[in-house]
Design a protein around this ligand. Structure first.
Ligand code: AMP
Length: 188
């Protein structure tokens, strides 16, 4: 069983590449953002808690997302491997993930980071807003908060994984096909 993290700022293409890896390699995709949006749509208590935070561009609490990841691992025992998309987003989450995997005698295989500039983040998120109808994608102020949170809370995760020698980075400056080739080569 393999465990990969697809890492990068909002709009980097993590979800797109994860879907292509599912189609071509049969991995199991876990997107905490997608799971939270489903909870919101279903009107669950967790969804209600997450809604106000997501709508402002803030992160939901570490315990909430760590619990979601733990249950996804437990619910899918026979898969070839997991692609984590949008998790971990804080060093606390990265530590919790290591602990979770150690408990079942596993460890993370690799963190594939997809790099784009802040300017590109803005451009892509605004493009996606038109297609996916996400309120957190449509508003400049919310996008700025998400970029700020990425730099302050998520970027420190890079050094955490560099110290474990598990971090590899892809410059996503080509077409989707070109960028996907680079990402897939690091997962194969
Ligand atoms: P995403 O679809 O990955 O861009 O996630 C959308 C929103 O869900 C983020 O802006 C956060 O508010 C929340 N979210 C998703 N994943 C996490 C996570 N691992 N930790 C905290 N908040 C998260």
């Amino acid at each position: 069983m393999k465990y990969y993290v697809l890492f990068g700022p909002p709009g980097a293409g993590k979800g797109t590449f994860a879907k292509l890896l599912v189609e071509t390699r049969g991995y199991y995709h876990i997107s905490t953002g997608d799971m939270l949006r489903k909870e919101i749509a279903a009107g669950t208590p967790l969804g209600l808690e997450a809604k106000s935070l997501i709508e402002k561009g803030n992160l939901v609490p570490d315990e909430v997302v760590c619990g979601m990841i733990r249950s996804e691992f437990a619910a899918n025992p026979g898969v070839r491997g997991f692609l984590l998309d949008g998790f971990p987003r804080t060093v606390t989450q990265a530590e919790a993930l290591d602990k979770m995997l150690a408990e079942i005698g596993k460890e993370l295989d690799r963190v594939v980071s997809i790099h784009i500039t802040d300017e590109e983040v803005r451009r892509r998120i605004k493009g996606r807003a038109l297609v996916e109808n996400r309120a957190d994608d449509a508003d400049d102020e919310i996008i700025s908060t998400r970029i700020k949170n990425y730099h302050e809370k998520t970027e420190p995760v890079i050094n955490y994984y560099k110290a474990q020698d598990k971090y590899v980075e892809v410059e996503a400056d080509g077409t989707i096909e070109e960028n996907f080739k680079k990402v897939a080569a690091l997962v194969d």
